[in-house]
Design a protein around this ligand. Structure first.
Ligand code: AMP
Length: 377
């Protein structure tokens, strides 16, 4: 069995985005050294790491240099070639594993994993051609949604097909003609997500569901805890724990779910810290980033209790009107608001530049104050 990696050791993080940055901050606070790897020298995690290696994902010489001296390697986004993780895992324990990654970065494998594990998810059919799509819509029924099998997130690479009048040829062209997954549309009342952490020896900890509100397919607001009945929250947590065990997770996993008539339908898995868990930084016993570090290092897991109801609002590049930095004093004017900026440099439309977390006596009030702060920017 793998020995825990104690503070003072070196953690390698594949990927240098904001999730890597916040994981690095948590790790350094605990006394770990952090090394990041990203194709970009300007990756925002690099600024808070002890060392940064910028090279291509397939550059084995650079990967070997990165891995040398690391006690653990983890990742902060799932679109890393599994071969990269497999290469590193030959010399250093790497969590999550290449096989977890291979499932979570491909919708077909993810859906098949969920279905075969008996986890409730939307009905789906895999389609490899326009002709197959024409047959599949009859089987799945309208409305439905066509998604690329590979590399999709934040609603990219998907087309909703509302009714029999939908232009199937155009939809097929939109997803680029590779392999697709045609999914039944779920008329959900709410989107929630559950974070679960698991260690190599099978200890697990789960956070209460967060309630998520999207705008243009990008997370806008996340409320914690989600306003669902206790039984629904318990079902969501139980499903997340079951998935973590079944997939053989070591590390952190976010499970995105739909709530429909009080029941859960699992939508997507992300084996890393998640945008909908950012409020745990300021509003929970243990942040998802610290929990991520604890889980991959094999330490005891931290408590997951909320300290107060909270709301997290994303700060997208759209707020930088004409390239001007927003007036951050408007955020800090609310004494409970915590400002997190990722130091990404160039602000672009839809780019996640930071977030604000607000705590309040109720979720409703936290949501109202977070929205007011966002509007003031
Ligand atoms: P995804 O990229 O699969 O996470 O989907 C992005 C968003 O599209 C989700 O957060 C939902 O709001 C919506 N969506 C995706 N699949 C479905 C579905 N089968 N039924 C209803 N809404 C969906």
């Amino acid at each position: 069995m793998e020995a825990p990696l104690l503070p003072g050791g070196v953690i390698g993080i594949l990927g240098g985005g904001q999730l890597g940055r916040m994981s690095a901050l948590a790790a350094r606070r605990m006394g770990y050294r952090v090394r990041t790897f990203d194709p970009s020298p300007a990756a925002c995690a690099a600024a808070v790491a002890d060392e940064h290696v910028d090279a291509d994902w397939n550059d084995h010489e650079a990967l070997a240099r990165f891995a040398a001296g690391c006690g653990r390697v983890t990742l902060e986004f799932e679109n890393i070639p599994p071969a990269t993780v497999a290469f590193i895992a030959k010399s250093v324990p790497c969590h999550p594993s290449a096989s977890v990654l291979a499932i979570c970065q491909n919708r077909r494998r993810e859906k098949e994993f969920l279905r075969d594990s008996g986890i409730p998810c939307a009905d789906f059919t895999v389609v490899a051609s326009l002709a197959e799509l024409r047959g599949a819509v009859v089987k799945v029924g309208f409305p439905c949604v066509l998604k690329t099998a590979d590399f999709g997130y934040d609603g990219k690479g998907q087309v909703k097909l509302p009714d029999a009048g939908a232009d199937l040829a155009a939809a097929w062209a939109t997803i680029g003609g590779g392999l697709g997954v045609l999914e039944a549309w779920v008329p959900f009342q709410m989107e929630i997500s559950v974070l679960v952490a698991r260690t190599v020896d099978g200890r697990a900890a789960v956070y209460d569901p967060a309630e998520n509100v999207h705008r243009n397919h990008i997370l806008h607001l996340s409320l914690s805890p989600a306003r669902v009945p206790e039984a629904t929250a318990a079902e969501a947590c139980a499903l997340a724990l079951r998935i973590a065990e079944k997939i053989g997770l070591v590390g952190l996993l976010a499970v995105e779910m739909f709530v429909k008539d009080g029941r859960i339908v699992v939508n997507e898995l992300a084996p890393r810290p998640h945008n909908s868990g950012h409020q745990t930084f300021d509003a929970h016993e243990t942040s998802q980033f610290e929990q991520h570090v604890r889980a991959v290092c094999g330490l005891p897991l931290g408590g997951t209790r909320p300290l107060a109801p909270s709301a997290m609002v994303n700060l997208l590049g759209d707020l930088w009107r004409d390239g001007r930095e927003p007036d951050w004093t408007r955020v800090l004017a609310d004494p409970s608001a915590k400002l997190h900026l990722y130091d990404k440099g160039r602000a672009a439309r839809g780019r996640k530049m930071g977030h604000v977390t607000v705590t309040a006596p109720t979720v409703e009030e936290a949501a109202r104050r977070a929205e007011a702060i966002h509007a003031a920017l």
